[in-house]
Design a protein around this ligand. Sequence first.
Ligand code: ADP
Length: 262
Amino acid sequence: AEEQLRQSQKMEAVGQLTGGLAHDFNNLLAGISGSLELIQTRLSQGRINDIERYMTAAQGAARRAAALTHRLLAFSRRQTLAPKPTNVNALVEGMLDLIQRTVGPSVQVQTVGLAGLWPALVDPSQLENALLNLCINARDAMPEGGRIVIETSNRWIDAQVARRQDMPEGEYLSLSVSDTGTGMPPEVIAKAFDPFFTTKPLGQGTGLGLSMIYGFAKQSGGQVRIHSTVGEGTTVSVYLPRHQGEAARDEALPRGGLLPVA
Ligand code: ADP
């Protein structure tokens, strides 16, 4: 039954994603067929002056549609979740080199790992992807450089907060990534988890980073929260359920499966 639930939640996430994709794809197709119609009309009237412009527009839309399908294919190849007891502090430590190399020398990366952090029940390689994506977003928000703080803590979510935050009451640990970047205005926060929502220039953002992190956190029984002040910076916190039972083993994690998408 649990597996079934997990499967249906996954289908819901995929449904949302493909719904967003279908919408964007449809817009592009409408653009292409509109351009083709205009070309046909102009040709039948023997007026060829605007034809080149319409052809360029159609080609641009076709290229963007192809890019969309590539992203969907990359998404569908994602492995399914394999949650296990995970020491998140150790996971962060193990990622630091890669993170620092990815964000570059103009961004200082600090960690604040809580001693006595609870083990999380989570798929460690998906959490690594999420962490790397959050750091890439943080870097993108700090074109002049700045500071990233990666912080872990134990959290008790009571019934009232749980209702407000749309997550079950209980024990969680949070992994948060803070930056000293541009911040996000409310209208960007409102759409940040939508698949393909991006404010980055064409070709730079996929708009999939936060939507995938959100899907992953929800499927893991957790949540994602954004706190941001324009001009000061952003904190994105991923809440993961505490693993109840024997403690997490400190396993070395393979680096190979990392796939930055943001
Ligand atoms: P992408 O990074 O490809 O644009 P995401 O889903 O990861 O896709 O992010 C969506 C949007 O949310 C970004 O385009 C950006 O506007 C905003 N955003 C995400 N993280 C941050 C951050 N740390 N600081 C400022 N804005 C952010």
